[in-house]
Design a protein around this ligand. Structure first.
Ligand code: SIN
Length: 494
């Protein structure tokens, strides 16, 4: 697919530091692989501490000039970047699909989703208002103004290789911060293409810097950023154990930190739900990106009175999903990202079956009929008879597996839904207005879908509670994570 790019120059395989495309200082490279075919598609720098430090040097040097620009000027550059992303959506989608595996139509959706954050924060840049505070004593003026925190380190995941980096970089740049970023080892090409468009949009050298690294060398880059007091903010999307490590290490230099971590989302179908709408909502939320989404339902609780109807309808839909490589226009579910991902799914399904669950559909690895190689494919799966002691009830499966738990009453299911250390998203379906408010308030998550499976929106605050992290991305709150408040008090005014 990469040979079909209309603009071949978007395929970048170098680091971008201080406005220059450059190899890793050591010259080391690491391969990027197509998860549908397992074939290498490119090589990118395998950066280490020297590259990480050079990126911070550049970002720190660029900060004074960038923060001094007017909000309007920063917004105009972001708008230009947004226009270029939209203009090159087909090429960007091809790059996303090639390295991440999601079907092309879904990849295009991700590109536009990511672009929407850039546009949103271009607009928010001009609204970073402060306060004029009524003075408590005469002769003084009190104000609170917002300032950019400084250099931001962004560490992003592979599941949405464009959208996740866009929704971190855009608010940082809008706020007047400069950025050092490291994309996931599996999906650096999308991030580098995005940087190529930022360069074309005209961001000054050093404002946005990106270094790629393999899994083995990532700690060398990231440790450099954690230890460097010039890095004033860390924003991370990924697993909870890694997030905990990063938060601990950020404490040494007291960085401002945002963490978008793992989830274990419940999806509850009450006895009074519109069953067709609930099945539809589950299909949308669970199978987005093949189930490799932090907010996608991991535990599906169905009232025992409607379980039969719900499962029958669900199985009919799930077994009709077309699994295949992104190159096949019929594909609705692509490959999983890598071998570790498929092994985890298999482990969860085997554990559930060994403890009494049964496979209503799927439950096995697939060799895609259309892929020429042995991709990381797994059949969309429904498991009935799920129980809380199964591993998939406690850990995020991150794949196309729907375990069905049953329940008898509202209090029991709310307690079960909250019985997890995680708190990112939850969903429920009911037609009872009083229950809507009761349950929405009782669920311990940062995001709740009510009779709705598609929650993603740049205008909405995205983020979790408990072990799912803190900070909010998108919305009018998203800029605050990249700014601090300065209090000004002027005296001698009488
Ligand atoms: C994620 O999986 O972390 C992001 C999903 C989204 O933006 O909806």
């Amino acid at each position: 697919m990469l040979d079909q790019l209309a603009r071949g120059a978007l395929l970048r395989t170098a680091n971008f530091i201080a406005g220059q495309w450059q190899p890793a200082a050591s010259g080391a490279l690491h391969p990027v692989t197509d998860p549908a075919t397992l074939r290498p598609i490119a090589q990118v720098p395998d950066s280490d501490a020297a590259d990480g430090r050079a990126a911070v040097d550049a970002a720190a040097a660029a900060f004074p000039e960038w923060r001094a620009r007017s909000a309007r000027e920063r917004a105009q550059l972001l708008k230009r970047w947004h226009a270029l992303i939209v203009q090159h959506q087909d090429d960007l989608a091809r790059i996303v699909s090639s390295e991440q595996g999601k079907p092309l139509a879904e990849a295009r959706g991700e590109v536009l989703y990511g672009a929407s954050y850039v546009e949103w924060f271009a607009e928010e840049a001009t609204r970073a208002h402060g306060d004029v505070i009524p003075e408590p004593v005469r002769g003084k003026k009190l104000l609170a103004i917002k300032e950019p925190v400084g250099v931001v380190a962004a560490i992003t995941p592979w599941n949405f290789p464009l959208a996740m980096i866009a929704r971190k970089i855009a608010p940082a740049l809008a706020a007047g911060c400069t950025v050092v970023a490291k994309p996931a080892e599996d999906t650096p090409l999308t991030a580098l293409a995005l940087v190529a468009l930022a360069q074309e949009a005209g961001f000054p050298a050093g404002v946005l810097n990106m270094v790629a690294a393999s899994r083995d060398r990532t700690p060398a880059v990231v440790d450099t950023w954690l230890a460097d007091a010039r890095v004033r903010k860390l924003t991370f999307t990924g697993s909870t154990p890694v997030g905990q490590h990063l938060a601990r290490e950020s404490a040494t230099t007291l960085k401002k930190v945002s963490m978008e971590l793992g989830g274990n989302a419940p999806f509850i179908v009450f006895e009074d739900a519109d069953i067709d709408a609930a099945v539809e909502g589950l299909m949308v939320s669970k199978f987005r990106n093949g189930g490799q989404t932090c907010v996608c339902p991991n535990r599906v609780f169905v009232h025992e009175k409607v379980e039969g109807r719900f499962v029958d309808k669900l199985v009919a839909r799930v077994s009709a999903l077309h699994v295949g490589p992104a190159t096949d226009p019929k594909s609705q579910i692509g490959p999983m990202i890598n071998a570790r991902a498929v092994e985890k799914i298999e482990r969860h399904v085997q554990d559930a079956v060994s403890k009494g669950a049964w496979v209503a559909t799927g439950g096995r690895r697939l060799r895609s009929p259309d892929a020429k190689g042995e991709g990381h494919f797994y059949a969309p799966t429904v498991l009935a008879g799920a129980k809380p002691d199964m591993v998939l009830a406690q850990e995020e499966t991150f794949g196309p597996v729907v375990p069905i738990f049953t329940f008898k009453d509202e209090a029991e299911v709310v307690a079960a839904a909250n019985d997890t250390p995680f708190g990112l998203a939850a969903y429920f379906y009911t037609q009872d207005p009083a229950r809507i408010w009761r349950v929405a308030e009782a669920l311990e998550t940062g995001i709740v879908g009510i009779n709705e499976g598609a929650l993603a929106a740049e205008a909405a605050p995205f983020g979790g509670v408990k072990a799912s992290g803190y900070g909010r991305e998108g919305s009018r709150h998203g800029l605050d994570d990249y700014m601090h408040i300065k209090y000004l008090c002027q005296g001698g005014l009488q």
